[in-house]
Design a protein around this ligand. Structure first.
Ligand SMILES: NC(=O)c1ccc[n+]([C@@H]2O[C@H](COP(=O)([O-])OP(=O)(O)OC[C@H]3O[C@@H](n4cnc5c(N)ncnc54)[C@H](OP(=O)(O)O)[C@@H]3O)[C@@H](O)[C@H]2O)c1
Length: 285
C-alpha cells in the first residue's frame, strides 16, 4: 500500500513523514510537494504536486492508495479551491482513501478559517472516496512562538481573555495521523483532536513566569490593539489581523475541547503545556 503525503515539506508534514517511516517501509511513502528543492532530508521518494496546478496532481497521485491531504497554508477561498483540485485529482487517479487535516469543530467553529475546511469536508463526503477527517485543534506552538516577545516585552499579549485553549503540539497531531494510517477502523470517521488539559493565556503566562523566575503577566488587549502590537513585532498586517481574530475566537472557547480523542487515538497523554514552554524557552536561548 502506497501512502502519499501532501505538505510533506511543511512543519506538520515533516513530522508525519518522520513518524510514519518508523512504522512502514520508506519505499511505501511518497512526498507530494510543491517545492522539490525543500525535500532534502525527507528520505522518501518525492513527486511535484502543486494544489494550484491540477496538471501536476494526476501524475503525482498515480499509484497512490492512501492520500494524506495536509491542508494548505493558503487562507480564504483559494484554499478551498486548492483542496477541491486535490479531491478531483484523487477521484480521477483512483485514490482509495483520503486522510484530511481539518480544524477542531469545523462544523460549528466561529473562526473564519473554518469556512474552507467545511467546504473541503463536504467535498470529501461527496467524492465517494473513503475518508478520515482529523479535525486538528490549535498548535501549542502558535502560542509558544510568542515566548521570546513576552520575555523581551515583559508581558504575554493576546486577546483570548479567559478562553480555554485545548491546544496540542504538532508532534501529537502527527502521531494521530500515523495512528489512523497504520491501524484499522478509521474510515468515515471524524476525530476532534485537542490537548488533554485546557489552559488560559493567564495560565500560560504563569507557566512562563514559573519556569523563568520572572514575573510575566498576561496582558489582555482589545482585538485592534493586539493586531497593532503584532504588526509592531513585524507581522504582516493581514496576518496580524487574522491572528488577533483567532484570539477573539479563543476568548469564546473556540479552541476548547475536552473529549480527549487525541490521547485516545495516540495511546498516550498529549504533551503537557509545561513541556512545550520548556522547549520554547530552550529554543529562545
Ligand atoms: N491547527 C493549527 O493551529 C494550525 C495553524 C496553522 C496552520 N494550520 C493548518 O495546518 C497545515 C499544516 O500546518 P504546518 O504547520 O505544517 O504548516 P506549514 O509549515 O506552513 O506547511 C504548509 C505546507 O503546505 C504546503 N503548500 C502550501 N501551498 C501549497 C500548494 N499550492 N501546493 C502544494 N502544497 C502547498 C507548503 O508547501 P511548501 O513547503 O512548498 O511551502 C507546506 O509544505 C497548514 O497548512 C494549515 O492549513 C493549522
Amino acid at each position: 500500500m502506497t501512502i502519499g503525503i501532501t505538505g510533506a515539506t511543511g512543519q506538520l508534514g515533516r513530522l508525519v513523514v518522520k513518524k510514519l517511516k518508523a512504522k512502514v517501509p520508506s519505499a511505501d511513502i511518497v512526498a507530494l510537494i510543491r517545492t522539490p528543492a525543500r525535500a532534502a532530508g525527507l528520505g522518501i521518494s518525492v513527486r511535484g504536486a502543486d494544489y494550484d496546478k491540477p496538471e501536476t496532481l494526476d501524475p503525482a497521485f498515480a499509484g497512490i492508495d492512501t492520500l494524506v491531504l495536509i491542508s494548505s497554508s493558503e487562507l480564504g477561498q483559494r484554499r478551498a479551491a486548492q483542496h477541491h483540485n486535490v479531491i478531483e485529482a484523487a477521484k480521477r487517479t483512483g485514490v482509495k482513501r483520503i486522510v484530511y487535516t481539518s480544524l477542531l469543530h469545523a462544523d460549528t467553529s466561529p473562526l473564519n478559517l473554518a469556512d474552507g475546511h467545511r467546504g473541503t469536508e463536504a467535498g470529501l463526503r461527496l467524492s465517494g472516496i473513503p475518508f478520515t477527517i482529523l479535525r486538528n485543534g490549535w498548535y501549542t506552538e502558535n502560542y509558544t512562538a510568542s515566548v521570546p516577545a513576552a520575555l523581551a516585552g515583559g508581558a504575554f499579549l493576546g486577546s483570548a481573555g479567559n478562553g480555554r485553549i485545548s491546544s496540542a503540539l504538532r508532534v501529537d497531531y502527527a502521531d494521530a495521523a500515523v495512528a489512523v494510517l497504520t491501524s484499522d477502523g478509521h474510515e468515515g470517521k471524524t476525530y476532534e483532536l485537542a490537548g488533554d488539559e485546557a489552559y488560559t493565556l493567564s495560565d500560560l503566562a504563569a507557566e512562563i513566569s514559573r519556569q523563568t523566575g520572572r514575573t510575566i503577566p498576561y496582558n489582555n488587549l482589545p482585538e485592534a490593539d493586539y493586531a497593532a502590537a503584532l504588526t509592531g513585532l513585524g507581522l504582516p498586517e493581514p496576518l496580524a489581523h487574522a491572528y488577533a481574530s483567532y484570539d477573539v475566537g479563543a476568548s469564546q472557547d473556540a479552541l476548547f475541547d475536552n473529549g480527549r480523542q487525541l490521547s485516545a487515538l495516540i495511546g498516550q497523554p498529549t504533551t503537557p503545556l509545561a513541556t512545550a514552554v520548556a522547549d520554547a524557552l530552550k529554543q529562545a536561548g
